[in-house]
Design a protein around this ligand. Structure first.
Ligand SMILES: [Fe+2]
Ligand SMILES: [Fe+2]
Length: 259
């Protein structure tokens, strides 16, 4: 089974970049399952039903989210009704949406889980015991498991890779928008990368127009942020998963879409 996991789609430039890059990527990688992080899809922060539909239209089978899940109120009912979009599983259980979904791909039942780190991010539960419990509840329900670990710290992300090594097919990091150079299959058979990066403009500061981000850093005053739109790249990973539900390989994908 070939999985394509694509990092945080940032604003309209990100959505357009995803749509532009997908046909070529699909022809080259022939994915059976495409998972896209969409937490920055709408105006750079959060997601709406309309922007989610655009991402599905571009070829996503599952959309994962993160700390910006609840930015737009009108998406809450959509998070409850659309099974293909998921938010971190360790958020309060009563919050809108669900933490995992099961997709069919190449004859396998693939559980896709969204999980948030707890360092510098707000969660209800520590992600480590939370994922243990969730995996226990999924026993027998999935042939392979893929985790989008949406977290700030590389240390927490590397730790989660080791925590789940041999128990899931992949632990793929999102949230920082900057890809890390550590993609590998861990000894137990779990594909891991601390962060896959984003799908958006490299001309800004993790998706924000650079002059605005610089003004905020220099002045320490509130600054209105707009989405950067030049030099859009698609960033992600391709993971090959065997019938045993473990990874055979992981390749980093860094593709310039516009200049
Ligand atoms: Fe993000
Ligand atoms: Fe995030």
């Amino acid at each position: 089974m070939r999985l394509l996991f694509i990092g945080d789609v940032v604003g309209k430039p990100g959505r357009q970049g995803l749509a532009a890059a997908m046909p070529g990527l699909r022809a080259e990688r022939m994915p059976d399952l495409v998972v896209v992080n969409g937490e920055n899809a709408a105006g750079g922060v959060g997601i709406t039903a309309e922007t989610a539909a655009e991402i599905f239209e571009a070829g996503a089978d599952v959309i994962t989210l993160g700390n910006h899940t609840y930015r737009h109120r009108d998406v809450y009912p959509y998070l409850d009704s659309e099974r293909r979009i998921i938010r971190p599983a360790n958020f309060p259980a009563a919050n809108p949406g669900r933490g995992h979904t099961i997709a069919e791909a190449a004859g396998m039942r693939v559980a896709v889980i969204n999980l948030s780190g707890q360092m510098h991010l707000q969660v209800e539960r520590n992600p480590f015991p939370a994922i243990d419990e969730l995996l226990e509840s999924l026993a027998g329900a999935a042939d392979a498991i893929v985790v989008d670990f949406h977290a700030e710290l590389t240390s927490e992300k590397v730790a989660m890779g080791w925590h789940l090594d041999g128990r899931v097919a992949a632990v793929l990091g999102s949230h920082t928008h900057v890809p890390t150079a550590d993609a590998r299959v861990l000894p137990g058979g779990t594909a891991h990368v601390a962060d896959v990066g984003m799908t958006g403009s490299r001309a800004g500061v993790i998706g924000v127009r650079r002059e605005q981000a610089l003004r905020a850093f220099k002045s320490q005053m509130p600054v209105r942020f707009d989405t950067a739109d030049e030099d859009v790249w698609l960033m992600g990973v391709a993971v090959e998963i065997g019938d045993d539900g473990l990874a055979r390989g992981i390749d980093q994908i860094l593709i310039p879409v516009t200049s």
